[in-house]
Design a protein around this ligand. Structure first.
Ligand code: GLA
Length: 739
């Protein structure tokens, strides 16, 4: 039984294979957090609630309510009544006063997991997940708050979200509604987050948790490349292999906040949810608001284990696409190869060259519609530009299919250029504040897709094209942040709902796309990886990781992304040199070896490649075919992260049965007079002998003999010092494994 509600003792215990999560109701009726950690049986509520502690040197001093609220470990804290730490919920009444206090009512358990209306969320059958609903109430506001916890035993994951219902007769305004919160005791934590910007997304960064608040957030309307919707608290000395990790990830694609607050009493409040800044939601009598889902996990065995929990969970319980199981075609995308400068002959020639090398799908990127010859015109006019593509797209798609390839297409449904027929027709469809000139970004404005008529019209136009060409693949882009937040359709009281309604609009549009075209391979994108989050993965099994395609730049980007998301979700392409973003010249083998850790493809004009380079492509594709199942389904281990002192990167992918593994080693900079590097592998079976095969690059002769797991993991193996940007890939196969 993963969920136990003890009505007598008023305790609740959630159990996964390796973790326990515990709550209890205090004598005053508040729901308190007791424990999240390694699986245990018993915990003492009184000790956590600290009722026996006298908060003053004078033992006769009465402990008043406010003193208690200030230190009580709340499971879902509220603002306004005396707990001055970060609240999860803040509600204003009709008189404009803001306070809320939640008391426990009851708890019930059901098999399976209910859907969250209008929101992406994880799923599972009655055998794999149980859901707890804890009902709390503010009797003054007549507000019912239901905390939902779904327990995924095998993956060591607990998901949380909250349903907030107005059961009174007065209108209420929600000003803050986080999806999860918990109060822990300080253990000298560090905070790990993923930070960056366009073209350098999700670099891991780890700092000590200081007193006060540490906040990771986005107010850009997307989950953002600057700060990702992920936070982890690490215990002292936590490494990839060892130590405690408590992590949260948000199944949401818009403004979010993750807060870790260390207070004077040495408690740590960890919370995550929709960013309250600029947010408000009118909750009329009888109405309900549902928060998006937070995914939580705990690992007592370091970061690798946390990664495995997330990867398995997203593969088993979030990504719906049939391409999760099916092998995805190797694609070529023309963006970096041509930008806007193409016609049907140029595209066909790229496709022809690609097909001769074994590439399986051609993707036509931006520039095929309206008057779209640069980024200033035509966005929103989803009709083929026949001056560029004579004969139309269907004809081009048919010719390319005639080469034995699949055909894919780029769209950017949420946007409009002021210089477009769509904008001239419907200027009020763009998000803007009347009387204020909205800021342009990449010459475009954001469409107000909180409005149903806007969503429907755009989707009708785009789906018409997709049906007409029978698209096999779509890349859905989103190339700017939201600013000048004003909707012509929302009332004054509801303008604070725009950002969230926008995200709900995106979800509704993408749901329509996947329902109408269930066989489509769907890839999300947002100026590269500006909206790489679990919300998007519910619709598309892969996301374009970054516009930075340089193999060395990709090391940190892919390391940070793969810390949380399965390798199969990362769009990764071999592109031309010198690289478009950084001008670096990496060998084609390294470009491919790095891209092999994702959904593999090419992003270049193949007609401009040298014969020598072109010869490499069929070999790379064979390598991808050979290892794609392992990459999609295996366990990922981060072995070394490059730094100035140790300028090499190493990762492994090990099959679940530990009979196969891939090891990739990339030398970022070569160093003279340094010997081979001894590196300890991980994840292997200690008693199994492995055959080694060097599938890319040049390895030391020691790989020719059979090596045992215990030797490779404890003593390690030697990797040769390579030159700048060189790399190698090793394949390990268990003796007698039938591959
Ligand atoms: C974004 C994407 C690119 C490309 C361009 C097209 O920047 O990330 O891959 O599709 O838009 O305009």
């Amino acid at each position: 039984m993963p969920i136990t509600v003890n009505e007598q003792e008023k305790t609740i215990h959630l159990e996964t294979d390796h973790t326990s999560y515990m709550m209890a109701v205090s004598e005053y009726g508040h729901l308190g957090h007791l424990y999240y950690g390694k699986r245990i049986k018993h915990v003492n509520p009184a000790e956590h609630f600290r009722f026996f502690e006298v908060p003053s040197p004078r033992p006769d001093l009465k402990r008043e309510k406010a003193r208690m609220l200030a230190i009580f470990p709340f499971e879902y804290p509220t603002g306004g009544t005396g707990d001055f730490r970060t609240p999860a919920l803040q509600v204003r009444n009709e008189k404009g006063m803001s306070a809320c206090e939640l008391l426990y009512r009851d708890a019930r358990v059901e098999f399976g997991k209910p859907k969250l209306p209008g929101l992406p969320s994880s799923f599972g059958d009655e055998q794999s997940v149980e859901t707890l609903t804890v009902e709390l109430e503010d009797p003054v506001l007549h507000l019912k708050v239901m905390l939902l916890y779904s327990v995924f035993v095998k993956e060591d994951i607990i998901t949380r979200s909250v349903r907030i219902c107005n059961e009174g007769k007065e209108g209420l305004t929600i000003e803050r509604a986080l999806s999860a919160s918990m109060d822990l005791e300080n253990r000298n934590f560090e905070v790990l987050g993923l930070f960056g910007d366009w073209a350098r997304e999700r670099h891991p960064e780890r700092v000590k948790l200081h007193h006060g608040k540490q906040v990771i957030s986005s107010l850009r309307g997307v989950s953002s490349p600057q700060e990702a919707p992920f936070i982890a608290l690490l215990g002292e000395g936590t490494s990839q292999e060892r130590g405690e990790v408590t992590a949260m990830n948000f199944v949401y694609s818009g403004n979010f906040v993750a807060v870790a607050e260390r207070s004077a009493s040495e408690s740590v409040r960890l919370g995550m949810g929709i960013h309250p800044e600029g947010f408000s939601w009118q909750l009329l009598p009888g109405a309900e608001f549902v928060t998006p889902e937070v995914v939580m996990t705990y690992s007592s065995e370091g970061l690798d284990e946390m990664t495995h929990h997330f990867h398995d969970f997203y593969r088993n319980h979030l990504i719906r696409s049939r391409y999760l199981q099916e092998e995805r075609p190797v694609l070529i995308n023309n963006w970096e190869g041509t930008y806007f400068d193409f016609d049907e002959t140029k595209l066909y020639e790229i496709a022809r060259g690609a097909s001769a090398c074994g590439i399986e799908m051609f993707v036509m990127d931006d520039g095929w519609f309206g008057n779209r010859n640069d980024d200033e015109h035509g966005l929103g006019d989803w009709m083929v530009n026949e001056e560029k593509l004579k004969g139309g797209i269907r004809q081009l798609a048919d010719r390319i299919r005639g080469l034995g390839m699949k055909f894919g297409i780029w769209v950017e449904p949420e946007m409009v250029n002021p210089d477009s027929d769509l904008y001239r027709e419907h200027p009020d469809w763009a998000i803007a504040i009347p009387g204020r000139e909205p800021s342009l970004f990449r010459s475009q404005l954001v469409l107000d897709i909180s409005r149903k008529e806007v969503r429907d019209e755009i989707m009708d136009r785009i789906l018409k094209v997709l049906h007409e060409v029978e698209a096999d693949y779509v890349k859905w882009d989103m190339n700017r942040y939201l600013s000048d937040l004003g909707s012509f359709a929302l009332t004054q009281e509801r303008q604070g709902e725009l950002s969230h309604r926008y995200v709900l609009g995106v979800y509704e549009m993408q749901e329509r796309l996947v329902k109408e075209l269930p066989n489509l391979l769907f890839e999300n994108c947002s100026s590269g990886g500006a909206r790489f989050d679990p919300g998007m993965l519910y619709y598309s099994p892969q996301i374009w990781t970054s516009d930075d395609t340089d193999a060395i730049e990709r090391l940190k980007i892919q390391e940070g992304t793969a810390l949380v998301y399965p390798l199969s979700t990362m769009g990764a392409h071999v592109s031309k040199v010198p690289n478009e973003q950084v001008g670096r010249i990496c060998p084609i083998a390294t470009r491919a070896n790095v891209a092999l850790a994702g959904s593999f493809g090419y992003e270049l004009d193949i007609t401009k490649m040298t014969a020598e380079e072109k010869e490499e492509i069929p070999k790379q594709i064979r390598m991808y075919h050979r290892f794609r199942k392992l990459t999609m389904e295996g366990d990922y281990y981060r072995i070394a992260s490059w730094s100035a002192e140790r300028p090499f990167d190493v990762w492994m992918i090990v099959s679940k049965d530990r009979k196969e593994a891939l090891v990739t080693y990339v030398q970022v900079l070569g160093r003279p007079q340094t010997g081979a590097e001894r590196i300890r592998l991980r994840g292997l079976d200690p008693d199994t002998g492995y055959h080694m095969e060097t599938v890319s690059g040049k390895m030391l002769p020691s790989t020719s003999s059979l090596r045992y797991g215990d030797d490779l993991m404890n003593d390690g193996m030697l990797f040769p010092a390579l030159g700048d940007f060189e790399s190698l890939v090793l394949y390990l196969r268990a003796e007698r494994a039938g591959v």
